[in-house]
Ligand binder design. Structure first.
Ligand code: ZN
Length: 518
């Protein structure tokens, strides 16, 4: 049976090359967002397009198909639980998916989304939806054709969702989101009725960026992000990029009058970075050495940003250092007042500025609208009105213009339909994983207060990171926590944290039935 084994090894070597090519594009994209002079734009676009073409050609090379068939015949896959079997399964899935989309359609999508992105920028700057509308129509049409070519799941939406969250379906997500929506809407109403409004002004005082950076680096080091195998730079739109094993790059942006923006942004990207640094370097480029899904990646950033970074224990440890770094701003501020400020809940128009409770409401709105856009139930021309109506129903706010309404996110201009729900999946997975970690590791809040973050980081590395994309996300979560992804732990986390902070009486869950705030 030497042939299947040899085929398997060649398959892995070729698949790894696909990822090495991809990482070259990643490095160029990182540079574009950080240091590239604006004049470099056109040539950079040419470089990225060439690399994307080379990657697609390698990924869909018929040789991959032959090697897969060969490997699937042998002992390599005999044990379905082995890493080799997982690699073959996952490469087969990705190979089939990318091979089904014709190259001409891929290129048209790339060209159209690149121009749509420019149109979106212009539309958002002028707050004129009409500038973006024809591009959205074209993109939706192309995405319908892509979904049809891919042909997985119950409908077009499932086929697109599968790219970000393998195995997830709109039907499951609708089930999962219903109780989460009711809980968030009810919690927002009870918080409003509590009459408590923490003073967020203390976070908007003078915070010199240089000191913010030093403080953020200190927190990054404490949670265990290895700056010898990573970097932190500044950019307009923060992100985390894994260039390869040993090179994970985080970016953030500093505002001299906003402490929370950069600090929690760094913890968020740091969580993504810990995932990338925790992957198995020896398996780089093969499924077991790559991230599981967009939702699982997001769970790691949200876990460190919210469950750790916004906890009382974290600030019992860090508040002294924060006061030392910013004595003018925080010298006279009690720790409890600071804690209340960083956890203030208030409905707002912009998703990326939303707090932990209202965030999902922004996601559910997008999830419902993008399914309607894709199916044709909602015409793009009617999007602004539908958006504003839903914002009013769920968050009690009416966007004054489309820039602060349906034009605020870049996703649809990139053709990323099916991406938004992964943010909420990230919240769901994070709560479930954090709850399980607490059961196994003991009182985590007390550990954070002592500055101990290593046990949690190592637990996540062993359970989540080292598993890579060995199994689908829902199976990964179930394997670690003993139950499939569900709303319970997320709701319990929100009730606990915000019930305590806002003095809400427990047991008022009964009135969370559904009448949204208005
Ligand atoms: Zn993220």
């Amino acid at each position: 049976m030497a042939a299947p084994q040899a085929a398997y090894e060649e398959l892995l070597a070729r698949w790894r090359e696909v990822h090495v090519l991809d990482s070259c594009g990643g490095l160029l994209a990182w540079d574009q967002e950080t240091f590239m002079p604006t004049g470099g734009g056109p040539h950079r676009a040419e470089q990225l397009a060439l690399l994307a073409g080379l990657k697609h050609a390698r990924q869909t090379d018929p040789v991959i198909g032959r090697l897969l068939s060969e490997a699937e015949r042998g002992d390599v896959v005999a044990d379905p639980d082995s890493a080799a079997a997982a690699n073959v399964r996952e490469i087969r899935r990705l190979f089939e998916r990318s091979s089904r989309v014709p190259v001409s359609l891929q290129q048209e999508l790339a060209r159209t989304s690149s121009r749509a992105r420019e149109a979106w920028k212009e539309a958002r700057a002028a707050s004129r939806f009409g500038t973006f509308r024809p591009w959205l129509e074209r993109l939706l049409d192309l995405k319908r054709r892509e979904a049809e070519a891919v042909g997985t799941g119950e409908d077009s939406y499932d086929a697109l969702l599968d790219e970000y969250e393998p195995g997830a379906t709109a039907r499951q997500l609708t089930e999962l989101f219903r109780p989460l929506r009711a809980a968030a809407v009810g919690l927002v109403r009870r918080i409003r009725d509590s009459g408590r409004t923490p003073d967020v002004g203390i976070l908007r005082r003078s915070y010199p960026p240089q000191r913010q950076e030093a403080f953020a680096r200190r927190a990054l080091a404490a949670i265990g992000f290895d700056l010898d195998r990573g970097r932190l730079d500044t950019t307009a739109h923060p992100f985390c990029s894994q260039i390869g094993p040993g090179d994970v790059r985080l970016t953030t942006r500093y505002s001299p009058h906003d402490l929370a923006l950069a600090f929690f942004g760094v913890l968020h990207e740091g969580g993504h970075g810990l995932y990338d640094q925790g992957l198995r370097p020896d398996a780089y480029g093969t499924p077991v050495g790559m991230p599981c899904s967009t939702g699982v990646h997001e769970s790691q950033s949200l876990l460190w940003e919210n469950h750790v970074g916004r906890s009382r224990g974290f600030w019992r440890h860090f508040y002294g250092a924060a006061r030392e770094a910013f004595p003018e701003a925080l010298g006279g501020v009690a720790r409890d007042a600071f804690y209340a400020a960083i956890n203030r809940v208030e409905p707002s128009l912009i998703r990326i500025e939303a707090d932990e409770v209202t965030y999902d409401l922004h996601v559910f709105l997008r999830f419902d609208l993008e399914r309607d856009l894709l199916s044709g139930a909602l015409a793009p021309a009617d999007l602004p009105a539908a958006w504003n109506e839903r914002m009013h129903r769920d968050l009690g706010l009416r966007p004054p213009d489309d820039a602060r309404g349906c034009l605020q996110d870049i996703h649809w201009s990139l053709g990323a339909i099916g991406y938004f729900p992964t943010y909420t999946l990230g919240h769901v997975y994070a709560a479930q994983l954090f709850h399980q970690a607490g059961r196994e590791l003991g009182d985590l809040d007390a550990a954070f207060a002592r500055g101990e973050f290593r046990p949690l980081r190592e637990w996540l590395q062993e359970r989540v990171h080292r598993d890579g994309a060995r199994r689908p996300p829902a199976a990964l979560v179930e394997r670690i926590t003993g139950k499939p992804p569900g709303p319970e732990d997320r709701i319990a986390h929100l009730e606990r944290r915000y019930g305590e902070l806002y003095g809400l009486s427990p047991g008022s869950a009964a009135d969370e039935g559904g009448a949204p705030v208005s």
